[in-house]
Design a protein around this ligand. Structure first.
Ligand code: FES
Length: 383
């Protein structure tokens, strides 16, 4: 509630006017603490024991779920799916791995909450604010409070809780160790060639729209247009294979004026009247890209702004990507539809993996910077 002074200004409660100086009284009076009410488990030893058993039981559920995680990991094949409807399918292994690990964490979490609520001491401590650096006495006082807290938590008396919690939390190491298996195998040699370097692009495979799966006719593309596409043969795959090949084979098709772009000698027959085709997967860390600037022929990755010049072999002109977008050589079939000449290849005709850079990848023939036609021709000659 406010009153008014001689100058008809409101006087705020708790402030005293002395001349022109306002004196502020203590803004928050001591709110006091409610008297502490003992809990049922504080006054009834049988109840305390019941709670102890419940908390220990919750902690010991965690190892059971961790073992279930391991069983799921080995028992459910990676390509099994839970089919809810024609359009809703979920990988069964992922669902059950998530479920078992989630339940293990939940058991530990609920156990810890119940421990704190029902068994640990619930004495309230008021701590006065003080200067940042504590004195020796204050530190000693703090340590005494910590010791008292540990004593009130009944840690020493209820060893079963500490033991069960140790087993429960320790068991969570199992899912962690088992999941490390998914980091392998080390992608080198034959495995690398068979999985990363190869896509389902092959000579004669049609380029189809990635949503409607309709084949794309060269004559239907206008200058400046960009189309997201996939290989027609993707529709022959199913489940996990579809996802893997879709992510590796995704491409963008752009049509540019052939007189306004740089097409090196090594790539003269990789395009159809200025229609060029590149991997849609950013070579930085693998985001799908299709932000297209028609005027500059630049393609911008939305993740970290790497920018590729599609009018000059897809080289990087800005950003963290360290190599050009792989180009897919294309031609047309007898009916005028765009088809691949091969898979992704480098200027020397070697298979080229689309996707992000990684340590084990052979990058010796990557195009990492704009090169002149002469330079490329020389390199081809040398090899
Ligand atoms: S993923 Fe494209 S710039 Fe990082």
């Amino acid at each position: 509630m406010s009153e008014h002074n001689d100058h008809d200004e409101p006087v705020v409660e708790g402030r005293v006017e002395e001349g022109s100086t306002a004196v502020v009284s203590k803004p928050i009076p001591d709110p006091g603490l409610e008297a502490e009410a003992p809990r049922y488990s504080d006054v009834n030893e049988a109840a305390a024991k019941r709670y102890t058993r419940m908390v220990a039981g919750l902690f010991l559920l965690a190892p059971l779920f961790a073992i279930a995680y391991v069983v799921v990991y080995f028992a459910i094949p990676v390509d099994y799916q839970i089919v809810v409807s024609d359009t809703q399918k979920y990988p069964a292994q992922n669902v059950f791995l998530g479920l078992t690990l989630g339940l293990a964490l939940l058991a530990i979490g609920v156990g810890a909450v119940q421990w704190g609520r029902e068994i640990m001491g619930d004495h309230e401590e008021a701590e006065e604010r003080h200067a940042a650096a504590s004195s020796e006495d204050e530190r000693a006082e703090f340590m005494a409070k910590v010791d008292k807290g540990i004593e009130q938590a009944n840690v020493g008396r209820r060893k079963v809780i500490l033991g069960s919690m140790g087993v429960g939390v320790g068991a969570l190491g199992l899912p962690l160790i088992i999941s490390l298996g998914d980091l392998g195998p080390w992608p080198t040699g034959k495995w690398l060639d068979e999985h990363y370097m190869k896509t389902i692009w092959a000579p004669g495979v049609r380029l189809v729209n990635d949503v409607t799966f309709t084949p794309i006719r060269a004559a239907d593309l206008t200058i400046g247009q960009l189309v997201n596409a996939e290989p027609e043969t993707l529709q022959e795959l199913d489940g996990h294979d579809t996802l893997v090949e879709k992510s590796k084979s995704a491409i963008i098709i752009v049509r540019m004026n052939p007189n306004q772009i740089t097409i090196p000698a090594t790539r003269q027959d990789w395009h159809v009247n200025g229609i060029l085709c590149y991997s849609k997967i950013c070579t930085h860390v693998g985001c799908p890209i299709s932000l297209w600037e028609q005027q500059t022929h630049h393609l911008l990755c939305p993740c970290h702004q790497s920018t590729f010049d599609l009018g000059n072999s897809g080289v990087v002109v800005f950003g963290p990507a360290s190599r050009a977008l792989p180009q897919l050589p294309i031609t047309v079939d007898a009916e005028g539809y765009l088809v691949a000449r091969s898979g992704f290849v480098d200027d020397l005709g070697n298979p080229l993996a689309p996707g992000p850079s990684y340590f084990e990848r052979d990058s010796s023939t990557d195009l990492t910077r704009p090169r002149s036609v002469e330079e490329l021709s020389e390199q081809v000659g040398e090899n």
